[in-house]
Design a protein around this ligand. Structure first.
Ligand SMILES: C[S@@+](CC[C@H](N)C(=O)[O-])C[C@H]1O[C@@H](n2cnc3c(N)ncnc32)[C@H](O)[C@@H]1O
Length: 304
C-alpha cells in the first residue's frame, strides 16, 4: 500500500498537489461537516470489519457473486479500446474486487480507498494502490479513461461534489461504471412488506452477525457509513440522475436491475431477486425501476 504519488509514475496523470492520505484532516475538496462525518465513519467501519467483509453474505452473494463479475467483464471487454487510452481506476476499491478481472484483460488498474486495512488486502490483486478520498482524487484533469465504482454510490454523501470530481479526472470519452448499489425504493418497500419484511430483517441480522457488527462499531458509525442504504432520502435513480446531470454529465444511464448476467437485459435476474421483485409487484409496486433491488450506472464524459 502506498499514497497516490508513489504508485503512479511521473507523467502517468498523477497530480501531486491533490494528494490525500486518508485521515479526516487530509480530505481535500469542498466538504461540508456531514460529508466529512460520513467519510470518517466509512474509514472507521471498513477498517473495523475488514477481516469479515468478504464473508458477509451481502458481499459474497452480491458484489462478489458470479453475475456482478460477469456484468463488469462484459462492460470492460466491450469498451477495451476506449479504456486502454488512459488511467484505469477502481474508486473505493475496498479489498480489490474486480481488479483481478482488469489484470486478466491486460489492464493495470490503480485502486484507492479511504480505509487503509481494505487497501492492504487489495494488494493481492494490484501493487498500484493508495489510501485516498474520492472527493479529491490525485489524478490530473482529463487523465482517466475508465473509473469503476462497485458498491460505491450509497457511501457517497455529497453526490454532486463526487460527480464533479469524477468529471474533472475523466478524459473526454472516458467511462464511469458503477454497480450493485441498493435501490432505496425497493429496499424501503421490502422492509415494510408483511411477508418479506421479517425475512429481509433476518437476512440483515445474519449479515450483522457474520461481520460481528455489535462488537466492532457503534450503531451510529454503521448508520453513517452505510448512509444511503439505511437513511432517507436513500439512494434512488432520480437522485443519481439529478446529481450527475448537475455535475456536467449528459451521457449516462441509470439501470435498475435484478442481478442478472448482463446489464443489457436488466430484468433477467437471479432467482432470489426475481422472487423478491415479483412479490413487490404483487404488493402493488408496478414500476420495475422502483422494485428492482439494484442500481447500476454507466456514464460517459462527452467529447468536445
Ligand atoms: C461497499 S464497499 C465496496 C468496496 C469494493 N468496491 C467492493 O466491490 O467490494 C464501499 C467502499 O467505499 C469506501 N469509501 C467510503 N467512503 C470513501 C471515500 N470518501 N473515499 C474513498 N473510499 C471511500 C469504503 O472504505 C469501502 O471500502
Amino acid at each position: 500500500m502506498s499514497d497516490g504519488q508513489s504508485v503512479l509514475e511521473a507523467g502517468d496523470g498523477f497530480a501531486g498537489d491533490r494528494r490525500t492520505t486518508g485521515g479526516l484532516g487530509a480530505i481535500s475538496g469542498p466538504q461540508d461537516p456531514m460529508s466529512q462525518r460520513v467519510t470518517e465513519a466509512n474509514r472507521i467501519y471498513f477498517d473495523a470489519i475488514v477481516d469479515r467483509y468478504e464473508a458477509d453474505p451481502r458481499q459474497r452473494y452480491g458484489l462478489f457473486g458470479t453475475n456482478a463479475r460477469r456484468r463488469y467483464r462484459e462492460f470492460v471487454d466491450a469498451h477495451l479500446d476506449d479504456i486502454r487510452r488512459g488511467i484505469v481506476v477502481n474508486v473505493a476499491c475496498g479489498t480489490g474486487n474486480m481488479m483481478d478481472i482488469d489484470a486478466e484483460l491486460g489492464l493495470s488498474s490503480v485502486g484507492f480507498d479511504i480505509a487503509p486495512k481494505m487497501v492492504e488486502l487489495a494488494q493481492r490483486y494490484s501493487p498500484r494502490l493508495f489510501v485516498g478520498d474520492f472527493y479529491g482524487m490525485p489524478f490530473r484533469s482529463g487523465s482517466v479513461s475508465f473509473a469503476a465504482g462497485l458498491g460505491l454510490l450509497h457511501h457517497v454523501y455529497d453526490h454532486v461534489t463526487f460527480f464533479r470530481e469524477l468529471y474533472r479526472v475523466l478524459m473526454p470519452g472516458g467511462w464511469f461504471y458503477a454497480d450493485y448499489d441498493p435501490n432505496y425504493h425497493a429496499v424501503a418497500r421490502l422492509d415494510r412488506h408483511r411477508l418479506l419484511g421479517p425475512v429481509w430483517r433476518a437476512y440483515e441480522r445474519w449479515s450483522d452477525k457474520v461481520r460481528d457488527l455489535d462488537n466492532r462499531v457503534t450503531p451510529e458509525i454503521f448508520a453513517l457509513a452505510d448512509y444511503y442504504a439505511v437513511s432517507e432520502p436513500g439512494l434512488k435513480g432520480e437522485l443519481v440522475e439529478r446529481t450527475i446531470r448537475q455535475a456536467g454529465f449528459h451521457q449516462f444511464r441509470v439501470i435498475p436491475h435484478s442481478d442478472g448476467p448482463s446489464l443489457d437485459r436488466p430484468r433477467r435476474g437471479r432467482l432470489p431477486h426475481k422472487v423478491l421483485e415479483t412479490m413487490l409487484w404483487a404488493s402493488g409496486e408496478r414500476e420495475y425501476p422502483r422494485r428492482a433491488k439494484n442500481l447500476a450506472l454507466i456514464a460517459r464524459k462527452g467529447t468536445p
